[in-house]
Write a protein that binds this ligand. Structure first.
Ligand code: NDP
Length: 491
């Protein structure tokens, strides 16, 4: 009898613990945030954003066209030359501190809205997304008045207007990752949130008004891919920062080639989470679960390939399956929910198609017998065993709650398999031996390697990839450097 059946059999199921949505007051429709004001779009176009857990519409949101993007870039340019570029660092820092504190003050509202619009469990938006977003502004506020000391021998200067295009998996957090370093360094911004999750970026617009950020320093243009393409293709943007799929990232790189526009790309991943037989196995099970089922697996650095040493593979997979059977899938607003809603119908379709490919190619599928809600976009936590490196589920980014299990015998084999991917964003190593961790870290081609933990983020720690996971870093000094020109100081 599995854990789930056992608790159910004894009537020990959880009572519902829903977070109230009353803290959020949704407007029926939203305009664009340009020049410090919410304005109607020149395009006159709009789209509906829905709650993926219920499929119910939440609000109408303006779809910015090329003329709207142009208006936003002009506002950003005027704010750059008019106020922000030349403002002393300590003054800029005050705005960033204010934004950080306002995010904290309104954290419940942000968390509930993030969950409503994106489908992630409230415990994650409340305990991870929103606190980390505030931490990013705090951290970069601390840099704004110390830039002169950040890069010895170099004189940092802002680049100008940054166009920033962000995805739907961490909408507020990605906005914070992009905005905070750009503003700290004296740049102004045109931000394009993802079509399925625009609402927390727009709430952030309200916070920017509350913080009395000078008009035009941040402009938010909502819309679909075409709006992002208009930001990228606008001739008067000095830097593009993009997080999203490798396919779109490649297109952006091609579009900007030869223009002199600075570019950083944070793209997909297919990370290996590597478990050696001397690891604390129960702890590693938790790390593997967190690595792939956190945020429904909609995580670019998700540990979507488990590489487990053959000597413990059977035992480990058994423990893992038992643990997965206890995951609670369902209402994202319920505080007990572990796995919420898939972000959109299109993403659900993509996940289902790749899982079907795994079955067709002969991998063995395991899904716990959990009930899924009648409405909304949900997918059971899934494990594939008997996976070969050639299988699509071992090669392609699924961006869903799907884990592929492979085995290895030696550390050399683990490295070879871990690196056998076109991506290189992250990896995890689970072992008791410190020397083995160092040996592995030297050889893994991944921007971030976590040891005996997974999915840890900190604004002081640079994050980014190799190969088709992109280039450039976000966070830490490397992330700051991506928003400055660094001229040598004449001696
Ligand atoms: P996209 O790369 O299409 O979306 C990322 C952002 O780019 C969104 O704001 C999107 O707008 C925008 N965009 C789309 N097309 C263009 C374009 N031509 N020029 C400029 N901006 C554009 O990702 P998807 O949402 O389509 O997801 C597809 C797959 O990508 C996922 O299954 C996953 O594998 C991967 N992905 C990876 C992410 C990561 O963090 N590395 C994040 C998101 C997705 P809009 O949303 O309105 O289309």
């Amino acid at each position: 009898m599995g854990e789930l059946e056992r608790t159910r059999g004894f009537g020990l199921d959880y009572a519902p613990a829903p977070e109230s949505a009353a803290v959020v007051s949704l407007a029926p429709s939203y305009g664009l945030f340009v020049g410090g004001e919410f304005v109607d779009p020149l395009s006159d176009a709009a789209f509906t954003t829905v709650n993926p857990a219920t499929e119910e519409p939440l609000a109408e949101v303006a779809a910015a066209g090329a003329a709207d993007v142009d208006r936003a870039v002009r506002a950003a340019r005027a704010a750059f030359t008019g106020a922000w570029r030349d403002m002393p660092g300590p003054e800029r820092a005050k705005y960033l501190y204010r934004i950080a504190r306002l995010i904290q003050e309104r954290s419940r509202e942000f968390a509930v809205l993030e969950t409503l619009d994106g489908g992630k469990p409230i415990k994650e938006s409340r305990d991870v997304d929103v606190p980390l977003a505030a931490a990013h502004f705090f951290h970069h506020a601390g840099w704004a008045d110390k830039l002169g000391y950040a890069f010895p021998g170099r004189r940092p200067a802002p680049l100008g207007v940054a166009g920033q295009v962000i995805p739907w998996n961490f909408p507020l957090l990605m906005a914070a990752w992009k905005l905070a370093p750009a503003l700290a360094c004296g740049n102004t911004v045109v931000l394009k949130p993802a079509e399925t999750t625009p609402l927390t970026a727009l709430l952030l617009g309200e916070v920017l008004q509350q913080a009395e950020l000078p008009p035009g320093v941040v402009n938010i243009v909502t819309g679909a891919g075409a709006t992002g393409a208009a930001v990228v293709g606008h001739g008067d943007v000095d830097k593009i920062a993009f997080t999203g799929s490798t396919a779109v990232g490649k297109g952006i790189q091609a579009a900007l080639a030869g223009t002199g526009t600075r570019l950083t790309l944070e793209l997909g991943g297919k990370a290996a989470n590597i478990v050696f037989d001397d690891a604390a196995l129960d702890q590693a099970v938790e790390g593997v679960v967190n690595g792939i089922y956190f945020n429904q697996g909609h995580v670019c650095c998700a540990g979507s390939r488990l590489l487990v040493q053959e000597t413990v593979a059977e035992l480990f997979v058994d423990k893992l399956k038992r643990r997965i059977a206890t995951l609670r899938v369902g209402d994202p607003l319920d505080k007990n929910t572990d796995v919420g809603a898939i972000n959109s119908a299109a993403q659900l379709e993509r996940i289902a198609a790749l899982v079907q490919a795994g079955v067709d190619e002969g991998a063995e599928l395991y899904q716990p017998p959990c009930e899924l809600p009648d409405r909304g976009y949900f997918f059971r936590p899934t494990v594939f065993t008997g996976v070969a490196q050639s299988h699509r589920v071992a090669r392609e980014e699924i961006f869903g709650p799907v884990l592929s299990v492979l085995t290895f015998r030696t550390a050399e084999e683990a490295v070879a398999k871990a690196n056998n991917t076109r991506y290189g964003l992250s990896a995890g190593v689970w072992t008791e031996k410190g020397s083995r961790i160092l040996w592995m870290v030297e050889r893994l081609r991944a921007g971030v390697v976590w040891a005996n933990t997974f999915n840890r983020f900190d604004p002081a720690s640079p994050f980014g990839g190799y190969k088709e996971s992109g280039f450039g870093r976000e966070g830490g000094l490397h992330g700051l450097a991506a928003y400055c020109s660094l001229e040598p100081v004449p001696v």
